[in-house]
Design a protein around this ligand. Structure first.
Ligand code: ATP
Length: 353
């Protein structure tokens, strides 16, 4: 499998810039996700790599060789579209065989490859059906088998789960992860769903307005976001502005609800003014616990969500969101109840401006 590199690609459509100066590398067998809100340029990047559109600037390299002028059919890329785009007049087996015929595989090889692919996506015995005779989940598996049949060097998946309901989403997600790991095909996955991205990816590239905001493993991006956009997009809801001051060996962050003791911000000067705190990193208790960064607060809202309880608490006129597991609960927190919250130093994240 080749190493794939996208180097400084930009693309504008008439009056708008779709992507601007995007660069990333994909290692052999890696699954990376392009994650971002609608219109952030994810599909444009995929279409450029597939050769369906041309970039204005930049290069796309397969094993160090620029393939910008190589036509789509010669790039050896498998593509699964959001809509699956199965050929309605062809059977499942014929859909899977399609790319093999255009690549002039010999008949016996096509037959055995189709059998192998049907087995891979758990559709053995359904080769003679037409797409209209399949469920949504089955259609998506045919699309995956069709894309993988010609042994592509790169698999591109554009929102492959978006047309499916919740339970089918999870099962196809598991199939994709399992197959991708089994055959080790380098894969670029596109989604706007941060949970899905964290579940499937080796690495996430977060896009907004056509530019890369931040990239890294799901754990790195989620647990230590550097940018406010990343923190917000991945679900951190407590973003606070304030002033960081150093007092002897202590770092203190002055917020609207009080002073927080923090760890030393690494590689930074002490002019930080934005921090993020995850709702699940704030603990809440009925009695004072004398832990660090403890404040008294009032419950403003409590919603029971099964395994989790979402609380909104007010501390010195500032609202904070807290998520606790149902098993942690001492007793049902009610609106207006007085509680104590504490925020461990290590969970206060400094964001770049
Ligand atoms: P979504 O999640 O909604 O599919 P996306 O992140 O994939 O969005 P793109 O489809 O890549 O975003 O679009 C990026 C920007 O480029 C958008 O502003 C879009 O309107 C614009 N765009 C994309 N394709 C075209 C086109 N063929 N002509 C004009 N503008 C386009």
């Amino acid at each position: 499998m080749p190493t794939i590199e996208v180097r400084n690609i930009s693309k504008a459509f008439e009056d708008s810039i779709a992507i601007l100066d995007i660069s990333f590398k994909l290692e052999d067998g890696e699954l990376i996700t392009l994650l971002g809100p609608s219109g952030s340029g994810k599909t444009t990047v995929l279409r450029l790599i597939a050769g369906l559109i041309e970039s204005d600037t930049g290069e796309i390299l397969f094993d160090g060789i620029d393939i910008s002028n190589v036509p789509t059919e010669d790039r050896n890329i498998g593509f699964v579209f959001q809509s699956y785009a199965l050929f309605p007049h062809l059977t499942v087996a014929e859909n899977i065989a399609f790319g093999l015929e255009t690549r002039k595989w010999v008949k016996e090889d096509i037959i055995s490859r189709v059998v192998e692919m049907l087995e891979l996506v758990d559709l053995t015995g359904k080769g003679k059906r037409y797409p209209r005779e399949l469920s949504g989940g089955e259609k998506s598996r045919v699309a995956l088998a069709r894309a993988l049949a010609p042994k592509p060097s790169l698999l591109l998946l554009d929102e492959p789960l978006s047309a499916l309901d919740m339970s089918l989403k999870e099962s196809l997600r598991d199939i994709i992860i399992e197959i991708q790991q089994k055959i080790q095909v380098s894969t670029i996955y596109v989604t706007h769903d941060q949970k899905e991205a964290m579940e499937v990816s080796d690495r996430i590239i977060l896009l907004n307005e056509g530019q890369i905001i931040e990239s890294g493993t799901p754990q790195k991006l989620y647990l230590t976001p550097k940018k406010q956009f990343t923190a917000e997009f991945l679900g951190v809801t407590n973003l606070l502005v304030g002033t960081l001051i150093k007092k002897k060996n202590q770092y203190l962050f002055e917020t609207s609800f009080g002073v927080l003791e923090t760890l030393a911000p690494s590689d930074r000067t002490i002019s930080e003014e934005k921090i993020a705190i995850f709702p699940e990193h704030i603990s809440v208790s009925i009695k004072k616990t004398n832990q660090i960064n403890e404040f008294s607060a009032i419950i403003k809202k409590s919603s029971f969500g099964g395994p989790y309880i979402d609380l909104v608490i007010t501390v010195n006129s500032t609202d904070l969101k807290i998520q606790i597991t149902s098993s942690q609960i001492e007793k049902m927190y009610k609106k207006g109840q007085k509680v104590f919250i504490s925020i461990p130093k290590e969970y206060i994240l400094f964001l770049e401006n």
